[in-house]
Design a binder for this molecule. Structure first.
Ligand SMILES: N[C@@H](CCC(=O)N[C@@H](CS)C(=O)NCC(=O)O)C(=O)O
Length: 224
């Protein structure tokens, strides 16, 4: 299988943690595929017209996006405990946690984009809205993290873990741990998982040759 991949994308990280947890990572060839909201990557667009990562191409030539679809596909390929339960109350809890973590990631990516606009081009209203949505989400997670802890490890845990990881990567100036000790403790434990450690952006960045340009040829590499 081929994965359009990048070391810093939290959505790619969701997929890679899922791949490691399900024992499938060794079957995936990583193709470093730089993308940006205001640019196109022609190599990604051959497989995904949205020019987004993660995008997975199976050995049979099927193409899957976005991260939720890829994670569900990978979860269907192994015989261990499901990361997305097929039925029951837990299934809906897991899907909700995933929606909360992934939804927050969507907001954070847009918030970061707004913050990176030149001074004078940023919308104060938009920045405030993202700040409020993010704070409210973090408060909700803090209040409910004990319930997440009570569930078997799942895609919900992965999405919330990637959310905290992305905050550390791109919002280091926002002290999300302040007043949220339960979340901070939970994340400290999450980070010790081998699947989380080998997908840390600083570790993942060393996996394939660096290629910062947008429209250059892809570089295949396999994550061992
Ligand atoms: N909902 C998508 C989001 C994927 C996404 O936004 N990926 C970013 C990289 S972190 C991307 O491809 N950005 C390029 C673009 O927006 O054109 C998923 O879950 O996979």
């Amino acid at each position: 299988m081929k994965l359009h991949w990048g070391p810093n994308s939290p959505f790619v990280r969701k997929v890679m943690i899922t791949a490691h947890e399900t024992g499938i990572a060794g079957r995936i060839t990583l193709v470093r595929s730089p993308v940006a909201m205001n640019k196109t990557n022609v190599h990604v667009m051959v497989d995904n017209p949205l020019s987004k990562i993660p995008t997975l191409v199976t050995d049979e030539g099927q193409v899957f996006y976005d991260s939720d679809v890829i994670c569900e596909y990978l979860d269907s390929l192994h015989t261990g405990a499901r990361l997305i339960p097929l039925a029951g109350v837990t299934r809906w809890e897991v899907l909700r946690w995933n929606a909360l973590g992934s939804g927050m990631l969507d907001a954070l990516v847009l918030w970061r984009d707004e913050r990176m606009r030149p001074e004078g081009h940023q919308s104060v209203e938009t920045l405030l809205a993202y700040q409020q949505k993010s704070s409210a989400t973090l408060e909700r997670v803090e209040n409910e993290i004990a319930a997440l802890e009570g569930l078997p490890f799942s895609l919900g845990h992965i999405a919330i873990g990637c959310m905290f990881g992305y905050l550390d990567l791109r919002f280091a100036d926002v002290d999300w741990r302040d007043g949220r000790s339960a979340s901070a403790r939970w994340f400290d434990t999450f980070r010790t998982r081998p699947s989380a450690q080998c997908t840390e952006p600083s570790v993942a960045d060393k996996l394939v040759p660096s290629d910062p340009s947008i429209q250059t040829a892809a570089h295949p590499a396999t994550l061992k």
